[in-house]
Design a protein around this ligand. Structure first.
Ligand SMILES: *Cc1c(COP(=O)(O)O)cnc(C)c1O
Length: 824
């Protein structure tokens, strides 16, 4: 970084036109932080207290504790609590972040490519990086940082050594793009396409297109396809460069030959026939390749050079996967990209994992244009300290040559082969391991070696979607209303500590499990949130005490036996009182109140943390009167109880479907269950299809084809000869059966799975470990993926097929089906 890239806190105050209050006005700022938990170079970080779903001001204490000393705020803060801090006060912290980015961008004279569109932004950006990295020092958006916050943070990375920037911009409504345009200031603009994705914020396609085009108002060159623009809209750019699959364009694709895993694109360019073979065959990749191709041409590369580079493109992985490893390890597989900004993101993810005592990084040589190897490994060493990584396994000659720079436990191997041959000397055990390496090191082999054997049937859990669902419900709550996340039954089948850990990271207030065992497992995995246990069996009282698990007390018997059990020296042990207001399952009824209050009044040993009830039909209009009655009874019983206590316990009554329908009953806390996993019976659009309404699908259950057979008319399939194809056809045997949770009720065509995007009904009875599906006329081969449920074929659809509820579909997926967690 040169001098021009470093700012003092005082300069920043000037740039953002904020009011400064400094202990040290010359404090240097090199990194910008918006999340107090993202660890970075704390002493030189500036924390922006942005008001988004949570108010950033709530996290100032936390950030200060993590060593941050520079803060930009928009409301008054008790500054005397932070004696060493510098402050900048502004009207709007997000705007200030954007202003700073505009200034920083304007201070650098580099060529910038700006990308927007409905799909493909991130892939096109990553591919252009692959294609151009040999000729330019490139700075680009990390992952898909393309929002009002992500874009300023991306642009902030620019320094004097860069001569090309590639940034993506994503918007969700009118008015957002001009802000991003001022920050990115592209010279070359790429519109990937305009599709239905993320349509909610716009009146129509025209409005969306016009808004997106605002990114390109100042560009020299505009790259687009006539297929994606509309008539009577002025297009930006002095020069225009176009591609198309079906009409004349600068680069017109005339034929696409599918070769299985690769394809040949034939095109007309400058009156000549050109052709390229690319290692992809799916439509989305082909479109993205074409966009990159036309960009190379627009930048002056020859057709020959372009086609050579395109043939070498490699797939961009955009997920960080968390998988179970051997010997009680967890693995994060990030073995497809290897640059320092993606390393930093992956290290944050590693740092968030608390399930094992140790965090380990397996890292190959990296290559970063514009930096000497010495600078690079020094920077990486600093990162490893900041992100609290315990040990490093370095693979490659370069990283080995710089081993003296690393201050943590480390070992080095000259190549992947040597590492694999000697892997046993590392004794990997009970640790979280991030595997990150440049492609040529072939770290897939490392992952394969360290991963527990994964069966072909997996439940993939999208942690971004889960986070987004959590925020969806939080945004419906008034400030101060707490969230209790229901993680009973392995988080509705989606996992145990992996989910709890994520919820803890996002600061839910409480967790609830059904049984003591589940609570113990969470404690052992490092979960420190308070945990309520709904069925506290007396034989496990002792364990509850040891693991600080808080019982739900639902009867006088349980209360008495718990009091009887509690050692004398325990005071104010946290408990939760459950009231029965009409469910008639567990809970105190009104005639228990007198005895209950007497017992609670006479003891100092217990503290009633909360008093709650469960409503029986929050999602069902026809029972709304009963719901109101339940709450009235609840309130009466709450009053009676709390009047005899010297304090006010937390009140909560609502489950997922109550949150949107009964805002007047949020009280102090809500209990969020199935909504986290993307289903809410109260949201209209979800009733039959299970999508839309702002919730995202979290879990996808996949299996694969083991064998394909031809069936003739008259032949039968499976046990009891129940299945047949009257006209003959093809069936596929897939690796999922009722022991995996695919109910026998799905047999004989009742259930349907997705093969190559099309529905394939079951044939015959479901077996224990497999079943057969009709794939007549579909494009399928042995080994192909088969979707049991996902966003399209939702758990709601499956539930309807066998007349049950989504809850049962989710929780039925048996524990032998491996869970794979990922981040996008
Ligand atoms: C499971 C459960 C919930 C959550 O219900 P959802 O419908 O999944 O949101 C809430 N409260 C209690 C007492 C529960 O047992």
């Amino acid at each position: 970084m040169s001098k021009a890239d470093i700012y003092t806190i005082e300069q920043i105050a000037e740039i953002v036109e904020g009011k400064g209050l400094f202990v040290n006005k010359d404090a240097l700022v090199t990194s910008l932080v918006i999340d107090s938990r993202t660890l970075s170079n704390a002493p030189q970080a500036l924390f922006f207290a942005i008001k988004a779903q949570r108010d950033g001001h709530e996290f100032i204490g936390n950030a200060y504790q993590n060593g941050i000393r520079n803060f930009l705020v928009s409301t008054d803060v008790a500054q005397d609590q932070y004696p060493e801090a510098n402050w900048i006060k502004v009207g709007d912290a997000l705007l200030a972040l954007q202003k700073l980015a505009i200034y920083h961008r304007a201070a650098h004279q580099l060529k910038v490519i700006g990308i927007t569109g409905s799909n493909g932004k991130t892939v096109v950006k990553e591919w252009l990086y692959q294609l151009l990295a040999t000729d330019f020092n490139i700075v680009r958006s990390p992952k898909s940082y393309n929002s009002q916050i992500g874009v300023p943070l991306s642009v902030w990375q620019i320094n004097d050594s860069h001569n090309l920037g590639i940034f993506e911009a994503g918007i969700s409504t009118v008015g957002e793009m001009s802000k991003l345009a001022a920050i990115i200031e592209p010279n070359i603009g790429i519109l990937t396409n305009i599709r239905e994705a993320h349509d909610e914020g716009f009146a129509n396609k025209r409005e969306k297109l016009i808004e997106k085009l605002r990114l390109f108002e100042g560009v020299e060159t505009f790259i687009y396809s006539p297929e994606h623009v509309l008539p009577n809209i002025t297009l930006p750019g002095k020069k225009k460069f176009t591609w198309s699959f079906n009409q004349p364009a600068d680069l017109q694709i005339v034929d696409v030959l599918n070769k299985g895993t690769s394809s040949i694109l034939k095109a007309k360019y400058a009156e000549k026939q050109v052709e390229v073979t690319i290692p992809f065959a799916d439509a989305a990749s082909i479109e993205n390749v074409v966009i990159c191709w036309v960009t190379l041409l627009a930048m002056g590369y020859t057709a020959l050079e372009g086609t050579y580079r395109l043939s070498k493109l490699v797939k961009v992985g955009m997920r960080l996967q968390l998988i179970n490893g051997v010997d009680h390890c967890s693995l994060i597989d990030d073995s497809y990209s290897a640059d320092i900004s993606s390393l930093s993101i992956a290290l944050d993810f590693l740092n968030q994992q608390n399930q094992h005592p140790k965090r380990t990084l397996i890292l190959s040589d990296l290559h970063e244009t514009g930096k000497s190897a010495n600078e690079l490994y020094q920077e990486i060493s600093l990162l490893l300290n900041q992100k609290k990584i315990d040990r490093l396994v370095g693979i490659g000659e370069q990283i080995g040559a710089h081993q003296h720079l690393f201050k943590i436990e480390s070992s080095f191997y000259k190549d992947t082969e040597h590492f694999l041959a000697n892997i046993s000397e590392q004794n990997f055990h009970n640790e979280t391991i991030l595997v990150k390496g440049a492609r040529k090191f072939g770290f897939e082999q490392v992952v394969k070696r360290l991963a527990q054997k994964v069966h072909d049937t997996v439940l993939e859990v999208n942690l971004n979607a889960l986070t987004s669902n959590l925020q969806f419900y939080r945004s419906k709550l008034s400030p101060g209303v707490k969230t209790m996340a229901m993680v009973k039954a392995f988080s509705y089948g989606s996992g145990s500590f992996e989910i709890a850990n994520l919820l803890q990271y996002h600061k839910v207030d409480y967790l609830a499990v059904a049984y003591v065992d589940e609570g113990i497992a969470l404690r052992k995995a490092g979960i420190s949130l308070p945990i309520m246990v709904m069925s506290p069996e007396p034989s496990a009282f002792d364990a509850m005490l040891r693991y600080q698990l808080e019982p739900e007390i639902y009867s006088l018997e349980v209360l008495q036996s718990f009091l009887h059990f509690l050692p004398r020296d325990v005071v104010a042990f946290p408990i939760h009182i459950k009231l029965d207001t009409g469910m008639h399952r567990l809970g105190f009824e009104h005639y228990h109140m007198a005895e209950l209050t007497a017992l609670l009044k006479n003891t100092q040993q217990l503290k009633v943390i909360s008093i709650f009830t469960h409503l029986v039909a929050t999602d069902d209009k026809q029972h709304d009167e009963f719901t109101k009655l339940q709450v009235t009874w609840y309130e009466q019983m709450y009053e009676a109880l709390s009047n005899s206590l010297a304090y006010k316990p937390i009140r909560h009554v609502l489950n997922t479907s109550g949150i949107s329908r009964w805002p007047q009953y949020h009280f102090n806390m809500v209990r969020l269950g199935i909504g986290l996993y993307g289903f809410d019976g109260a949201l209209e659009a979800q009733k039959d299809k299970g999508k839309g309404d702002g919730l995202k699908t979290v879990a996808v259950l996949k299996t694969s084809i083991t064998q394909i057979k031809h069936i003739y008319p008259g032949e039968t399939v499976g046990y009891g000869r129940r299945g047949s194809l009257p006209n003959g056809g093809q069936i596929a045997t897939v690796k999922i059966g009722y022991a995996d949770g695919y109910s026998r009720a799905f047999g004989n065509g009742v259930g349907k799975m997705l093969v190559d995007g099309k529905l394939a009904p079951t044939v015959g009875a479901i077996c224990m470990d497999m079943c057969m599906i009709d794939i007549t006329g579909l494009n399928a081969e042995v080994g192909d993926e088969v979707i049991v449920f996902n966003e399209e074929q939702s758990i709601v659809a499956l539930a309807n097929e066998i007349k049950t509820i989504p809850y049962e579909i989710l929780t039925n997926v048996s524990q032998r089906v491996k869970r794979v967690y990922y981040y996008e």
